[in-house]
Design a protein around this ligand. Structure first.
Ligand code: NAG
Ligand code: NAG
Ligand code: NAG
Length: 525
């Protein structure tokens, strides 16, 4: 059938040079022109096949046709309800009038009910005594005739008004159809033989290649995408931020310890033991094993003292110290816990210690000079995962990535931090930044960083920063003039802004569309 139809189309084109209306075609094996919706679909299939071989060109025209409903089809076959009522009655004066009850038996309840009124209205029947009789000898059942016309042509010559009425009576429904005009294509021929796609050895030996028609190469074809691996958007952004840090002379901190103790996550940072961030609703605690090994005893003593009684010029929190609270194991709530480990190691020489096998140089600047008291300036960064017991929503998950930078040097000030922030965020493509005083338990002063977002046309918070408190640095053994400033931001937020993602669950988790990962371009700040 498909072959025969294609041949028919080609032959018709050959004879007439174009097909002005595909509805005029008489399909193979049919007698009537292909006016139906289904026939046009069949024709479309054949046209597309020929089009792909450039043998023809075609244009699609839209048309609204009508098809009969089940009731419409029954009327087209057996006449309208009113005509059926009319035929069941005797001519006036020539028989016993039919009562309404009898009529129901003769034509059925439904037909009697609907047909009676219409037949009266048309003036076809009248009342005589208790019953009905014909008032005319002949009728024209236009409804039936119209429906028959629609059935065969899809429309009515008499026009839209009648069609609208029939639609209202639910006898027909409108259908969008299409038909086509067809003309010859560049490869037109009346032969439907498929062109060869390969030159074979057989064709060479038999000489068939001389006359064979070959399919043209399609140099526009895009080819099949390779099925290689792809980096997740977060990894691309992480790489980009990591490069910014590296080109600014930072060294990456090891951050592999997801589990920390309350001591390193909070106490060492001078976060009070009663701080709400340490509650169950914010922090995930480990149940097995519940407690960590004790930290180095001297350092532990200095930290607990500065909390409980104050030291280094601080009055401390003057609240009882709980070893239980300090030794609890938890999933780290910030990578500042890792920074604390590194700063503690950085101060080892200041404390007069030596660290096994290493000289305590984590500075990222191999040229940094030890000024005699064991301190070397350092610039450190990390980008890794942290965990918080958050209620999950479109922008929050219970785990996310924190980007953190820490700079330790003598006499650095808040303006160093601000200057540094400007450079760092500029490298991330954020030109306009603003700072707002804030409170963090372990930094003083602290600054929230706001950036102007041109697409959102407003200032958005992009990070948090501050100068680490002396209560944190001095117990570690840093000389008094050593200051450390640090800042942090989430990795997810710039990634979501970068890729225009507004639900974090399409960035992280099992709902991430894999094609997003494959198709997202590398980020450039
Ligand atoms: C029926 O239609 C025909 C043709 O339109 C017309 O000549 C005839 O008078 C009509 N009959 C009645 C009863 O309306
Ligand atoms: C998380 O916090 C809720 C209260 O907000 C608490 O009921 C739940 O136990 C906490 N989950 C864990 C694992 O600590
Ligand atoms: C830090 O400041 C103190 C006090 O102003 C000063 O004595 C010291 O030399 C400064 N250190 C450096 C490295 O500039």
């Amino acid at each position: 059938m498909a072959e025969a139809l294609q041949q028919l189309i080609l032959d018709t084109l050959d004879a007439q040079s174009s097909i002005k209306d595909s509805r005029a075609l008489v399909l193979p094996g049919q007698k009537e022109p292909a006016t139906s919706h289904e026939a046009q679909i069949t024709i479309l299939g054949a046209l597309n096949s020929l089009l792909s071989r450039e043998m023809i060109k075609y244009e699609t025209r839209e048309v609204f046709t009508h098809v009969l409903t089940a009731e419409g089809a029954s009327i087209a076959k057996e006449g309208s309800h009113e005509a059926r009522v009319w035929s069941a009655l005797p001519v006036k004066g020539q028989g016993t009038p039919v009562t309404p009850q009898q009529l129901k038996k003769l034509v059925g309840d439904e037909t009697a009910k609907v047909g009676q009124g219409r037949a009266f209205k048309n003036g076809w029947i009248g009342k005589e005594g208790d019953g009905f009789v014909k008032t005319t000898n002949t009728i024209n059942d236009t409804t039936q005739l119209d429906l028959q016309e629609i059935e065969s042509t899809g429309t009515l010559k008499t026009g839209e008004k009648v069609l609208a009425d029939l639609r209202k009576r639910k006898l027909i429904i409108q259908k969008k159809g299409q038909w086509f005009t067809v003309s010859k294509g560049p490869e037109f021929s009346t032969s439907t033989a498929k062109p060869e796609t390969d030159l074979t050895a057989d064709m060479l030996t038999s000489g068939a290649w001389k006359t064979a028609k070959f399919k043209k190469y399609n140099f526009e074809a895009e080819g099949i995408p390779t099925n290689g691996g792809a980096l997740h958007m977060l990894l691309k952004v992480r790489e980009e931020i990591r490069n910014i840090f590296l080109e600014m002379g930072f060294a990456e901190m090891p951050t592999q310890s997801y589990v920390e103790s309350g001591f390193w996550c909070f106490d060492a940072l001078f976060v009070p033991q009663q701080h709400p961030a340490r509650d169950l609703q914010d922090t995930f605690y480990i149940s097995d094993p519940p407690h960590s090994l004790p930290p180095e005893p001297e350092y532990y003593k200095r930290v607990s003292t500065v909390h409980e009684h104050g030291a280094y010029g601080s009055t401390g929190y003057r609240a009882p110290w709980s070893h239980e609270e300090s030794s609890k194991l938890l999933l780290r709530t910030h990578t500042t816990a890792s920074s604390a480990h590194m700063l503690y190691k950085l101060a080892a020489k200041c404390r007069g210690e030596k660290i096994d096998g290493e000289d305590g140089d984590y500075t990222g600047t191999k040229t940094a000079v030890d000024s005699g008291d064991g301190f070397k300036p350092a610039k450190l960064f990390s980008i890794d995962r942290v965990f918080r017991n958050e209620t999950m929503d479109a922008t929050h998950l219970a785990e996310f990535h924190q980007v953190e930078g820490v700079v330790a040097d003598r006499n650095v000030t808040l303006s160093d931090l601000i200057g540094f922030m400007r450079v760092f965020f500029k490298k991330m493509g954020i030109e306009k930044v603003r700072f707002k005083p804030a409170y963090n338990p372990y930094t003083e002063p602290s600054l929230e960083i706001f950036a102007f977002h041109p697409m959102l046309d407003k200032w958005v918070e992009v990070g948090n920063s501050g100068m680490f408190r002396p209560e944190m640095l001095e117990p570690m053994g840093f000389p008094k003039d050593v200051r450390v400033h640090g800042w942090g931001l989430s990795l997810e937020r710039p990634t979501m802004i970068r890729y225009g993602i507004n639900n974090i669950r399409t960035l992280v988790g099992h709902k991430v569309p894999i094609e997003n990962v494959e198709n997202s371009p590398a980020v450039r700040f």
